[in-house]
Design a protein around this ligand. Structure first.
Ligand code: INI
Length: 170
């Protein structure tokens, strides 16, 4: 099925991080994984033009504490977006579902309450091998999360302005 109908307005962000202030919240639990996510995130921050001086990394005990630290970064004016990094591995915990679920819910709550992008860069895997694979040089959730953060900030700015730069008509 096709038609000649084309939406008049189409908006997306980009991955130019110049001038953006990015907060990174990192869980210390499973830090053999979260340090790899952080390395991927820092690599992406450099690639996408974010200045070192504009990045604040905050360490918390585990994924459960991540949303509160993200909220504090935002409320204290430190970040245009927050990238949350953690590793919850099912094989190693009996309360996987609580930790992973509450972390995800908390992150979504913070971004919806504040209007500031908060990215879920928390690995939730069945085992250590999967966590290693998703924090590798080839495939790194930290790297991907930085791109998401920058894309969402630039998207929201375009949606929020008067349409002049985005091309949105009213
Ligand atoms: N925190 C994690 O980040 N990953 C885990 O796999 C994990 N496990 O296995 O329990 C974990 N637990 C700690 C939790 O995030 C809190 O720090 C703790 O419950 C104190 O609130």
């Amino acid at each position: 099925m096709s038609s000649n109908f084309r939406a008049a307005n189409s908006v997306a962000g980009d991955v130019d991080g110049t001038g953006l202030r990015i907060g990174v919240v990192c869980g210390r639990f499973n830090d053999h994984i979260t340090n790899r996510l952080l390395a991927g995130a820092e690599n992406a921050l450099a690639v996408h033009g974010v200045a070192e001086a504009d990045v604040t990394v905050v360490w918390v005990p585990g994924a459960f504490e991540v949303p509160l630290a993200a909220l504090a970064l935002i409320e204290n004016g430190h970040a245009d977006a927050v990238v949350c990094l953690g590793a919850v591995i099912r094989g190693e915990t009996s309360h996987y579902d609580f930790v992973a679920g509450e972390c995800a819910r908390g992150i979504q709550d913070v971004q919806l309450a504040t209007g500031v992008p908060v990215v879920f860069g928390v690995l939730t895997t069945e085992n250590l091998d999967q966590a290693l694979a998703r924090s590798s040089d080839e495939d790194n959730k930290g790297e991907e999360s930085v791109r998401t953060a920058i894309e969402m900030v630039t998207l929201l700015r375009r949606l929020g302005d008067d349409g002049a730069t985005s091309g949105l008509s009213r």
